[in-house]
Design a protein around this ligand. Structure first.
Ligand code: AMP
Ligand code: MG
Length: 334
């Protein structure tokens, strides 16, 4: 018996930091990539109505969902999954850049982040349209050697994607929502938004330097589905992504399997990390590194984080203690 659960509640709630002005937030929601998005607008220049702004953002998300979804008839990732094992597949410039960025992050994380886990995710029953009665463990184990980001060849002259092996497919689930944040931010700025927050399934984009009338945004960090904050990040315009095992999982015969896969085994990652929150100006990076750091475990994750420019992390271990990167120490308060 399978039970698929995902936590829809906001993972990071906004706190008002020393606010004098009476800013009245206007919140709007939608459902894309199998999760909720919330747009909270605090101020805009009035050149467009909230309705125009959120409709336009929702159009972007609808198109992106079609473009990046792993299966179906229309999207470019589905097309790649269909044909790239047998021939080069042409893709648009934006998708090509996103794939390049994903492969760069795979290289930097020594494969802990790997977008070729599509078949494995599908066999576990995460995010697939088809119900999975029971995970076929023998199939998962036999496919666990097939995927590898190194089996993707990107040709930047022809803008094509080709697989050098078969038996795997692309799944951008660990980066797509963060990637969307950048597009949504640009659109909101274009439409005159001055101050807003987007929360897309555990990925937050703040727009504007601070909560109106305050010194910064105060984003509370949670480490599980209770939504009890473990502390607060004081940030300007940035992205904040959280990965944890309780966000999404399947249950088979009473046993729980979470959705973050260790590419070495094809099984849910056994990590000393309960939850990891990554801060980066770039949403693709905050999203992808949060997934990778969970897989890597705290020691390797923190060591890598200190080497990467513009990436910081708040890590909650299974024993409840908190580890902070050097940059996070300056912006995190309990
Ligand atoms: P996130 O919620 O951002 O941590 O992403 C988890 C989702 O990304 C899962 O539901 C899978 O679809 C996919 N995924 C799981 N493990 C990995 C991994 N190690 N690398 C890349 N994508 C993954
Ligand atoms: Mg992620």
């Amino acid at each position: 018996m399978k039970k698929l659960c995902f936590i829809a509640a906001l993972c990071a709630a906004l706190l008002l930091v020393g606010c004098k002005d009476e800013a009245v937030p206007r919140a709007y929601t939608g459902f894309y990539f199998d999760t909720y998005v919330t747009f909270t607008i605090y101020s805009a220049d009035g050149s467009h109505s909230d309705r125009e702004i959120t409709d336009s953002c929702k159009n972007i998300l609808g198109e992106l969902e079609e473009r990046l979804t792993s299966y179906g008839d229309n999207g470019v990732i589905a097309k790649i999954n269909d044909s790239a094992a047998s021939r080069p597949v042409s893709v648009d410039e934006n998708t090509f850049s996103l794939l390049e960025k994903c492969i760069e992050i795979s290289q930097k994380t020594d494969g802990a982040f790997d977008i070729t886990l599509g078949e494995i995710s599908r066999l576990w029953g995460f995010g697939s349209a088809q119900e999975v009665a029971e995970p076929e463990l023998d199939k998962i184990e036999s496919l666990a050697g097939k995927h590898n980001y190194k089996n993707i060849t990107l040709n930047s002259e022809n803008m094509t994607v080709q697989f050098t092996e078969d038996g795997f497919s692309l799944d951008l689930g660990a980066a797509a929502k963060g990637y969307a944040l950048g597009l949504l931010k640009d659109e909101m700025l274009r439409l005159g938004v001055e101050s807003a927050v987007i929360d897309f399934g555990g990925n937050i984009q703040t727009i504007g330097d601070s909560f109106p009338g305050a010194q910064s945004w105060g984003v509370s960090v949670t480490a599980d589905d209770t939504n009890a904050p473990i502390g607060k990040l004081n940030v300007g315009e940035t992205c904040i992504s959280t990965s944890n095992a309780s966000r999404r999982y399947v249950e088979y015969d009473g046993k729980r399997y979470h959705h973050i896969i260790d590419p070495n085994t094809g099984y849910p990652a056994q990590s000393d990390i309960k939850s990891v929150t990554v801060i980066s100006a770039d949403g693709t990076s905050s999203d992808a590194y949060s997934t990778a750091f969970f897989v890597m475990g705290s020691e390797k994750a923190l060591a890598l984080c200190e080497k990467l420019d513009g990436i910081d992390a708040v890590i909650t271990l299974n024993d409840g203690s908190t580890l902070l990167s050097d940059g996070a120490e300056k912006i995190f308060t309990k």
